[in-house]
Design a protein around this ligand. Structure first.
Ligand code: GLU
Length: 492
């Protein structure tokens, strides 16, 4: 059996988009599943729009997602000579021809055809030029493009599409398309095929937006006598209004970097992206890497467009809620050591990392993460909602301040009193803390929730959280007592 060889060929004209990441992911999964190779090729032929910054961003994004490649990155511009040679070869073999028609001539013909409701394809004027006519035009230095000679016969181009089934397009529907511009530059359409032949690509997994190229490209494979790869055209990703998601209309939310900056776990994002256009035949939505590699198949890629469920300006969800929920799922279920490494970077970024969390406070650090992660959705929650566990400079969220402190003015005096009782305990454990807090409430003749929730507000800054008795123990006597002693400041 021939080795599976797939490729991810981004054009480096912007950042890594979630659509591009999804394409990379599908190719990566297919390569890994079949023990094949993933080739990374940077299609930088458009010199004006390609930038080094974009290349770096793409590589960085793929690395962050954990999508490793086996060959490359190759750069399309390094093979410019081959692209030209390939065009010359088609010309010499009579599979392509020089077209001297001017833009004005072509426009006029097109207009006329449109008005007469006729076919607007190129009419093949230059296809039949004699060698003498060609020589004459060249002598006059008339610029020319090179057009591919589409077979003039009955029949059709047929190729195998693993998603959509066999795709067929009559030769008569395809015009003699340009493969080299009048400035001598080969078109992307040709370069892409020449590179895929050289890289021995067996499967091309890309978006349906490339389908208009595919029929023409299949003709090129045939002209070069090269095996035609198997295609799998992936559905487009649309927004709720059925518009293609793009930077222009959706902003940074379509960039992989956005998810990194918003505390996503790379694998959680992959798991979300894979399901924008693919599913299993059961209801499974959560996969480990190994499970996904095992489950993935081209045949189960959806034919119809997928929906990126994002409402601009929705205050609750900064992106598709499914993505956020999936991230929350991985955050809560991944081995705590792995979460520990990721949260370390967040704490370092905030300047509140303590090296002891890697040494003698490691046990405390991991137990704390495990306690608080239950309610979290992104890694950012550890430094926002969870800040009070790692730093003293946290703020009390307004609803906690209002409902659990200011509504009970007596707490101004009570919380410091409770602090003193904790200070004088022999052992500060969660059971002891609970006993003291409950006794205190009984003595003051209020429900235990009043001093307990008040403590939560001044100790964690939050209205909700894990059992407060566990929190007392985890935050530790010293910080608990000092925060309770200072509770008065919130009432000023
Ligand atoms: N460079 C093309 C793009 O970024 C790749 C097209 C292909 O997969 O053949 O859209």
């Amino acid at each position: 059996m021939t080795e599976v060889r797939v490729r991810f060929p981004p054009s480096p004209t912007g950042y890594l988009h979630i659509g591009g990441a999804r394409t990379a992911l599908y190719n990566w999964l297919y390569a890994r599943k079949h023990h094949g190779k993933l080739i990374l090729r940077i299609e930088d032929t458009d010199a004006e729009r390609s930038t080094r910054e974009s290349i770096d961003g793409i590589l960085d994004g793929l690395n962050w997602l954990g999508l490793d490649w086996d060959e490359g990155p190759y750069f399309q511009t390094d093979f410019a000579d081959e692209h030209i040679k390939a065009a010359r070869q088609l010309l010499e073999n009579g599979q392509a021809y020089k077209c001297f028609c001017t833009r004005e001539e072509l426009d006029a013909k097109r207009k006329k055809a449109l008005a007469a409701k006729q076919d607007i394809k190129y009419d093949g004027t230059c296809r039949h030029l004699t060698p003498a006519e060609i020589a004459e035009k060249e002598k006059q230095n008339i610029p020319y493009v090179i057009r591919f000679k589409v077979p003039h016969k009955d029949g059709a181009v047929v190729y195998e599409d693993k998603v959509l089934g066999d795709i067929k397009r009559a030769y008569s529907d395809i015009e003699d398309f340009v493969i080299v511009r009048s400035n001598g530059k080969p078109l992307y359409l040709l370069c892409n095929v020449v590179d895929d032949i050289r890289d021995r690509i067996t499967h091309i997994i890309r978006g349906q937006d490339h389908m208009s190229n595919t029929t023409r490209q299949v003709l090129l494979y045939q002209a070069f006598n090269a095996p035609v790869p198997v295609f799998a055209h992936m559905p487009l990703t649309l927004d709720l209004k059925k518009a293609k998601i793009s930077k222009r209309s959706h902003g940074e939310i379509v960039a992989v970097q956005f998810y990194r900056e918003h505390g996503f776990i790379p694998w959680a994002l992959c798991n979300f992206l894979v399901q924008l256009g693919w599913s299993t035949n059961d209801d499974r939505e959560i996969f480990s890497r190994e499970e996904l590699i095992e489950a993935f198949s081209l045949e189960r890629i959806n034919k119809s467009n997928s929906i990126f469920n994002y409402r601009k300006g929705d205050p609750k969800f900064f992106t598709d809620p499914k993505a956020i929920n999936m991230n929350g799922h991985y955050l809560r279920t991944m081995p705590i050591n792995e979460i520990g490494e990721m949260v370390k970077k967040e704490l370092q970024g905030e300047g509140i990392w303590d090296d002891a969390y890697d040494n003698d406070k490691k046990e405390w650090y991991l137990a704390t993460l495990d306690l608080i992660r239950d309610r979290f959705f992104t890694l950012k929650d550890f430094t926002s909602q969870g800040r009070a566990y790692f730093a003293d400079d946290f703020t009390v969220e307004p609803k906690a301040l209002k409902k659990n402190l200011l509504k009970h003015p007596e707490l101004e005096e009570w919380l410091p009193m409770l602090g003193e009782r904790f200070a004088s305990l022999k052992n500060f454990t969660k059971d002891e803390a609970e006993r003291v807090a409950r006794e205190f409430a009984t003595e003051m003749n209020v429900k235990p929730g009043i001093p307990i929730n008040g403590s939560r507000a001044v100790i964690t800054g939050r209205i909700k959280g894990p059992s407060m008795f566990e929190v007392f123990e985890v935050i530790g006597r010293e910080r608990v007592v000092s925060r309770l002693r200072e509770a008065g400041k919130y009432f000023k």
